[in-house]
Write a protein of this length. Structure first.
Length: 659
C-alpha cells in the first residue's frame, strides 16, 4: 500500500500548486463556457440572447410600468429592444459606489432587481444573469436609459465597459431602456445571424402572452423574405384565445367554443391564462409559458392543467351516468388537442438557466384549483357541448386501450415479420427485431433492383415506389386513402398514421429516402417528406427519417477514384483530391444506372455512406413556421408557390439550371 502511494506524484504533483488555480472574474466565465448560460453556441442559443433582452422589457410591462416595446433588426446582426418602462437605475450602487447601478447590472453576474418582490412581483429573470450574459457574448452593446426626464448612455464590448456613463441631456418626452447589441462572432462564428422570421414570431408570441402590451416590430427591408413583414404592430386584447384562434385557422373542432379563460391566484400569488381546443383532425400541439418565458418541456403548471381537465371530464362523465369515464387519463384529453397555458408566479423555479421546464411545486396546485371550476362550468353550462367533448375523449381512451391490447398480444405471441401481410413490392429484411433495421424507399423498379443487390439482407429492406407519389398536402383524405403507393408505404411501416400512429408498431428503426441526385429526385424526396410530416409527424420528431446522399458523378484519374454529390462537391474534389490532373468524369443518370457495388459503397453501407436526418424543431414558434412553410410550398394554393418562386428566382443561376 505504501508503495502504491509513493509511486504517484512526481512532476505532475509538483506542477499542481496554487498557481494552477484560475480565478475567473467578471463575465469571463460566460465567455469561457457559454453553454452553461444559454445552452450552447448554436442558432437556438444565438437567438436566446434576443429572448433575454426582450424578457426584461416584458417584465416591465407585466409589472405595469411599460405599455410599449420596440424590436428592431438592422444589418450587421444589430438588434435593438426598447421599452417605455422605468429605465434601469443609473445612480451609484451602494456596494460599488464608483459604479452606476447600470454598469453593475451589465457587467456583474447575479445582479438585478428580481431577487425579491420589491421591484417586480413576477418576472422571467430570476438569477440576474440574463442581460449581463448578453453583454458578455456581444462584440458591441450600447444601453440608453431615459429616467427622470434625463437621457444616459453607456457602451460595452465583450462584457467590459468601453465608456463611462454619459449624461446626454434632458429628454422630457421619453422614458425607459434601450439595449442595442451585436453578438460576438468569436463566440458564435462568422456565419451566425439573426433570422427575421424567428424574431418576428418571438415578438408576436410575447404580445399574445400579455394583452396589455403593444409590441412594434421593425426590420431592415434588405433582410426580410416573403414570409416576414418589414414592420408590424402586435396587440391582442384576447390574449391566448386570439393566439389559439389564429393557430386553429379553418379546422373544425369538437366544440365550437374554445375552453379559454384567465384567473388570478389567491393572496396575490400571480395568475393563470389558458386556451384549449380539440380539432377533429391534425396532431395538435402544446405551448406552455411561465412569466412570458417559453417552457417547451412543460413542468408543474402543465401538471396542474392536466389534473384540472382530467378530474373535470371524469366528474362530468359521472354526472351524465357514463361509468367508463372513470378510466380516462390525461393523455386521452391532451392527445390531438391544441393547448396553451401561461402562468405568472412569484419566484418561479426552473430546471436550468434556459428555463425549459418549470419545477415550482406550488404551480401545480394553483393552476389546478384555478382552472377546474372554469372547466366544470364549461362542460355543464352546455350539456350538448359537454357530451360531445366527453364522447371525443372516450374515443381516444378506447384507441389507447386498443393499442395497449395489441402490444400485449404482440409480446405474448412474438409474431414474426414474415407472418404479417406486406405489400408485394417490398423486399423485406430477414431480422424480426426492428432494432438496427432500415427501410430504403427508392424511385422505380430499376433503382429497386440495384438496391436489392447492394443491401445487407439481414437488416436492410427495399420498397420501390412508382415515380412521384401523391402530394398529400393538397389532396383530400379520400384521395390519400385510395392511393396505392401510399397504401403500400403505410402497410410496410406498420405503425399507422395521424392519431392512430403507434411508434411501438414501427417495423424498422430507420426509414431512408433514397432518390436520384437530380431535380426529379429532390421533388420525390420532398413529396415523401411532406407525407411523413403530415401523416406521421411522430416518425420525424423521433428522428427516424433520413435522406440518402447518392453521388451524381464518378471521378477518376490514374488509380484514384472519388464520387461527387453535386457540382460544388465535384469542384472541391478537383482542387483537393485530383489537384489539376486530367479527370475522367462519369455522370450517373440515376440509381438504376449504378452498379450494385457502387451503390453499396457510396449510399447504403453504414461504414462509408452519409445520411441526413430529417428533424422537426422543438420550439412552438419554429414548429408553426414549418407548418406554414409546408402549407405554402406544398398546399392547395398555387399563388403561395408562385410568390416563393418570384422571391427566390434571383438566387438561381445558369449553372444550377444546367445541373
Amino acid at each position: 500500500m505504501s508503495d502504491l502511494f509513493s509511486a504517484s506524484g512526481g512532476a505532475a504533483e509538483q506542477s499542481y500548486n496554487a498557481s494552477a488555480i484560475e480565478v475567473l472574474e467578471g463575465l469571463e466565465p460566460v465567455r469561457r463556457r457559454p453553454g452553461m448560460y444559454i445552452g450552447g453556441t448554436d442558432e437556438r442559443a444565438f437567438h436566446h440572447l434576443a429572448a433575454e433582452v426582450l424578457d426584461n422589457a416584458m417584465d416591465e410591462a407585466v409589472a405595469g410600468h411599460a405599455t410599449r416595446i420596440e424590436v428592431t433588426l438592422e444589418p450587421g446582426n444589430r438588434l435593438t429592444i426598447i421599452d417605455n418602462g422605468r429605465g434601469i437605475p443609473v445612480d451609484p450602487h451602494p456596494k460599488y459606489p464608483d459604479k452606476s447601478a447600470l454598469e453593475v447590472i451589465m457587467t456583474t453576474l447575479h445582479s438585478g432587481g428580481k431577487f425579491s418582490d420589491k421591484a417586480y412581483a413576477t418576472s422571467g429573470g430570476l438569477h440576474g444573469v440574463g442581460v449581463s450574459v448578453v453583454n458578455a457574448l456581444s462584440a458591441d452593446t450600447v444601453v440608453e436609459v431615459a429616467r427622470n426626464k434625463e437621457l444616459f448612455r453607456q457602451s460595452f464590448s465583450r462584457g467590459h465597459p468601453t465608456s463611462g456613463l454619459e449624461k446626454l441631456g434632458a429628454t422630457p418626452n421619453r422614458r425607459g431602456t434601450s439595449v442595442s447589441f451585436t453578438p460576438d462572432t468569436e463566440i458564435f462564428g462568422p456565419t451566425a445571424h439573426f433570422r427575421p422570421a424567428r424574431l418576428y414570431r418571438l415578438a408576436r408570441s410575447k404580445a399574445y402572452l400579455f394583452r396589455g402590451v403593444e409590441i412594434r416590430w421593425k426590420c431592415a427591408p434588405e433582410l426580410i423574405g416573403d414570409d416576414t413583414p418589414a414592420s408590424a404592430v402586435f396587440q391582442f386584447p384576447g390574449g391566448l384565445a386570439d393566439h389559439l384562434k389564429e393557430q386553429i385557422g379553418t379546422r373544425e373542432c369538437v366544440t365550437a367554443e374554445f375552453f379559454a379563460g384567465r384567473q388570478d391566484f389567491p393572496d396575490g400569488q400571480g395568475s393563470v391564462e389558458w386556451a384549449v381546443a380539440w380539432p377533429l383532425y391534425g396532431e395538435g400541439s402544446t405551448s406552455f409559458y411561465c412569466n412570458t418565458i417559453p417552457t417547451p418541456d412543460g413542468g408543474t403548471h402543465e401538471t396542474g392543467l392536466r389534473g384540472a381537465l382530467t378530474k373535470g371530464i371524469r366528474g362530468f362523465g359521472a354526472l351524465v351516468g357514463q361509468k367508463k369515464a372513470d378510466g380516462i387519463q390525461a393523455e386521452d384529453i391532451f392527445s390531438g388537442a391544441e393547448m396553451m397555458l401561461s402562468v405568472f408566479i412569484r419566484d418561479p423555479q426552473f430546471q436550468s438557466q434556459t428555463k425549459d421546464r418549470l419545477t415550482s411545486p406550488e404551480a401545480a396546485r394553483l393552476v389546478e384549483n384555478a382552472v377546474k371550476d372554469h372547466f366544470d362550468h364549461f362542460l355543464a353550462d352546455n350539456m350538448d357541448r359537454g357530451r360531445a367533448l366527453l364522447g371525443f375523449v372516450l374515443d381516444r381512451m378506447d384507441e389507447r386501450l386498443a393499442r395497449r391490447a395489441e402490444r400485449e398480444v404482440k409480446r405474448k405471441t412474438a409474431t414474426s415479420k414474415r407472418n404479417l401481410r406486406l405489400p408485394g413490392k417490398l423486399t423485406d429484411c430477414s431480422s424480426d427485431d426492428p432494432a438496427g433495421t432500415e427501410l430504403f424507399i427508392v424511385e422505380g423498379d430499376s433503382a429497386g433492383g440495384s438496391a436489392k443487390q447492394a443491401r445487407d439482407r439481414k437488416t436492410q429492406a427495399v420498397l420501390p415506389i412508382r415515380g412521384k407519389i401523391l402530394n398529400v398536402a393538397s389532396a383530400t383524405a379520400d384521395k390519400i386513402r385510395a392511393n396505392n403507393e401510399i397504401a403500400d408505404l403505410i402497410q410496410a411501416l406498420g405503425c399507422g398514421t395521424r392519431d392512430k400512429y403507434d411508434p411501438a408498431a414501427l417495423r424498422y428503426e430507420r426509414i431512408v429516402i433514397m432518390t436520384d441526385a437530380d431535380v426529379d429526385g429532390a421533388h420525390i424526396a420532398t413529396l415523401l417528406m411532406t407525407f411523413f410530416f403530415q401523416e406521421m409527424p411522430g416518425l420525424v420528431r423521433d428522428g427516424r427519417v433520413f435522406l440518402a446522399q447518392p453521388p451524381l458523378y464518378r471521378l477518376s484519374a490514374g488509380g484514384t477514384i472519388a464520387y461527387a454529390r453535386d457540382d460544388a462537391h465535384r469542384a472541391e474534389l478537383d482542387k483537393t483530391v485530383f489537384k489539376g490532373k486530367k479527370v475522367e468524369v462519369s455522370r450517373f443518370k440515376g440509381l438504376g444506372e449504378m452498379a450494385s457495388t457502387q451503390l453499396k459503397e457510396t449510399t447504403m453501407d453504414p461504414k462509408t455512406r452519409t445520411l441526413i436526418k430529417v428533424t422537426l424543431p422543438g420550439e412552438y414558434e419554429e414548429r408553426a413556421s414549418v407548418r406554414d412553410l409546408v402549407d405554402r410550398l406544398m398546399g392547395r394554393n398555387p399563388e403561395h408557390r408562385f410568390a416563393f418562386i418570384q422571391a427566390n428566382a434571383a438566387y438561381v443561376d445558369d449553372e444550377t439550371i444546367d445541373a
